[in-house]
Structures are given as C-alpha cells and as structure tokens.
Design a protein around this ligand. Structure first.
Ligand SMILES: [Zn+2]
Ligand SMILES: [Zn+2]
Length: 416
C-alpha cells in the first residue's frame, strides 16, 4: 500500500525548469532504452517504461504539467481552476526536490495538501500508518474552510450552518368583512409560529457534549466529488469529533412551534388583497438571529348592494321610465349610516338612459393611505319597465309611441 507520489522530473532526469523540447528528448532517450521490445521479459524495464511514459504523459502536456507543478500530483479529475486556487492558497508546494523514499510518502509537500484522494494513487496520503497525523500537522489548522474554498464547485454543500440564523417570514390570509374594511375594526386570528425555545433560549443546546453523529467522533468525513473521494474535516463538529448536546425541549432546533392568538387593527379603507406587515412577528430566529416578519393578506368580504372598486363604491339603482324620462329626485343608499340612515338624495336628470352612471362625490370609502380623502359613490341607473296589465295604461303607451315616432334602432341599423 505504498503511496505512489511521483517525481516525474527526476523520473525523466530533467530539471523542473526543463523546456518542452528537453522533456521530449529525455523521454525518447529513456524510451529507447527501456522499451519492452528492446527488453523482452524484463519486468524491471517494463516498470521503468511505464513510469517514464506516465511522467512524459503529464509533463509533455502543458495543462497537465501546470497542475502537477501546482499540486505535486496529477489526476484527470482535477479541475485546473481548482489547482490554480489551491496553488494560490499556499497549498501544494509540490514534491520537488526529493525522490520519494521507501514508503513513498512525500514529506513536506504531502502535508501541505489539505485533502487526500482516496481511491487514487494518493489514497494513503493522510491515513497511511500514522492515521490522520499528516493532516493534523498541517499549517493553519482550519482545513475545512480552505478545502471548501478550493473545491467549492465540486460539492453541493447543504450542511446546516451553525451560528445565528434569522427566522423565516410567515404569511396568513385574513378574511375581513365588508364593513370592517370600510370603517376599520379589529381582526382576530390564530397563527402558528416558531418561537424561541424557552428551555435553551434559542441556543439549541443545553451544554455538555456528545460524540458527533456525523463522523462518529472521528472528526473526518468522506465526500464524493465526481469519481473522487475526499476525506475532509467533519463540518458538523469542525474536526473535534464532539458536538454539543441538543436541547430536548426543541430537539436542537432552538425554536418551538406554538399556536398564538393574534389581534390586529384594521384601518378604515383597507382594500382587498392588501398586505399588512407586522415586523418581527414571523418565525423566531435561532442562536440570536432576528425574527422574520408576519404578512397578513387581507381578503375583503362582499356586500349584497355595494361593490368596492378601490375607494369608490358602486351601486346599481332601479329607476322608473317616468323618472328617467321626466327627471326626478330619488333616494339612493350610501355607506354612511351615521348621517341620514345610509341614504342620500340623487337628482336624476330628464332623459337619463339605462346604464348611465351618476357620481356622488366623496360618498365612497375613506382612503387608508391618504388622510381625509374619500372615494366617490357611482350610481348606475337601471330603468325598470312597468308590467302593464290594464287597458288604460296600454292606451297611454300607444299614444306615447305615436307622439314619439323616432326609431331607437335607426343609428344601429345605419352602422351595419
Ligand atoms: Zn463530526
Ligand atoms: Zn431548546
């Protein structure tokens, strides 16, 4: 199980600064010497030929050579950008200056690389013989972070981060009846929200520690990145192998779900679909994180007579043929019950047609956003034709028709 970390330069007998031409010449020379055709049944020559071929394969390719120079080893699975980042981060000084002796451990270089490549040539890199010794001697200590920075793109992450986390927002739909929305009122509802755990005060732990369930106390976990296997510092316990004892009341969540009655004021003029934000009334945060907000979406109820359109009130009012033709003063309903019992006088001008709209200024809904402003009431006239039964009425209508012979469809038919 020797670790096969290789010094390709010394394998080819060239300097690290060797040019592409130097490398090609050195390989050809050695290849002629160790080629299996020249050395039939010579196991040592065959091994040597494989070694120089591998060295040439990496060093003769500019991209591969660059990665090798940066990390001290090469694998097809290494992303050049990651190698670059690793090199910039101060890791991977390479294995320069030394042919790997006996065990094949590469000394200084190996310890500077903060991960191992299980399943590849480098599988024993960290764990061979001395357990995790190599990794732990490495400078800086915090491998987890550096590792994630370097190979950030490989892993999906998704591990629960510790530290303060803000609470999420909540959204509730609240039904408000027509009159409460117009005049204002109080709405009551029961909401279910996460609140700070009273036992651990949101810290998720009651003190004391247990073996980390993620790494079973070893402080290391294995992650897959494509076909590569990495042993990395356990992100849950940060390599300590221990985690704090979870709070039994909240199960370590830091929050508990509670039903809570809520009472809030409905402003006069509140509109349908309006969102009301109650800051800090959402789910509680954990470990000191801020609470989310509570959003109430108002659903305003309907009324059998009045229809709200923004701050305006629409109402359809039946009018007789005589009232519409001759003009009249009629009584129409309003939303004001305090003056005149919810009625007001409306003048129907002579010759009013059905569907015509008449405006009663400032008889609409008080604006919730603009102080002292009210909408209008829009009265739509609907002419009601009398159900004529008696001969006398019929006679009068026939006479009326004779006196007014104009065809109401003349214009319509002329258009076609
Ligand atoms: Zn752990
Ligand atoms: Zn708790």
């Amino acid at each position: 199980m020797a670790t096969q970390t290789k010094d390709y330069y010394s394998t080819l007998g060239v300097k690290k600064t060797a040019s592409a031409d130097d490398i090609r010449k050195a390989f050809r020379k050695l290849a002629r010497k160790y080629h299996p055709d020249v050395n039939p049944n010579d196991k040592k020559a065959e091994e040597k030929f494989k070694e120089i071929s591998e060295a040439n394969d990496v060093l003769s390719d500019l991209k591969k050579r660059k990665i090798y120079d940066q990390l001290g080893f090469y694998s097809d699975n290494i992303d050049p950008a990651a190698a670059e980042a690793a090199a910039r981060g101060g890791y991977g000084g390479g294995f320069a200056g030394g042919s790997p002796g006996g065990s094949g451990r590469a000394g200084r270089g190996a310890q500077e690389v903060p991960f191992d490549f299980g399943g590849f040539d480098f599988s024993d890199f960290q764990s061979g013989g001395s357990g995790r010794g190599g990794a732990q001697e490495a400078p800086g200590g915090g491998f987890g972070g550096s590792f994630k920075d370097i190979f950030g793109g490989i892993f999906s992450g998704g591990r629960k981060a510790r530290g303060p986390r803000p609470g999420t927002d909540l959204e509730y739909q609240v039904s408000v009846d027509f009159w409460s929305a117009v005049r204002g009122g109080v709405a009551r509802l029961e909401i279910e929200r996460q609140e700070t755990c009273p036992a651990c005060k949101g810290k998720s732990t009651t003190g004391g520690s247990i073996e980390c369930p993620e790494c079973s106390g070893t402080g290391q976990v294995t992650q897959m990145g494509g076909r590569m296997k990495f042993n990395i510092q356990c992100p849950r316990c940060n390599g300590t192998g221990k985690v704090q004892n979870g709070c039994p009341t909240c199960g370590g969540d830091g929050v508990v779900t509670r039903k809570e009655p809520l009472e809030f004021r409905i402003k006069p003029g509140t509109r349908d679909s309006q969102r009301i934000r109650l800051a800090g009334k959402g789910n509680a945060g954990t470990d000191g994180g801020a609470a989310g907000d509570l959003y109430l979406i108002i659903k305003v109820g309907t009324h059998p007579v009045f229809t709200r359109v923004g701050d305006d009130i629409h109402v359809t009012v039946p009018v007789t043929v005589a009232e519409a033709a001759l003009g009249a003063k009629i009584e129409v309903p309003t939303i004001d019950t305090h003056d005149g019992g919810g009625r007001t006088q409306l003048k129907i001008p002579p010759g009013t047609q059905t569907g015509q709209k008449l405006r009663l200024r400032e008889k609409g809904v008080p604006s919730a956003s603009r102080e002292g402003v009210r909408g209008d009431e829009i009265v739509e006239v609907k002419i009601v034709v009398p159900k004529v039964q008696d001969e006398r009425s019929k006679e009068i209508l026939r006479e009326l028709a004779k006196l007014n012979p104009e065809d109401p469809r003349a214009e319509l038919l002329a258009e076609v």
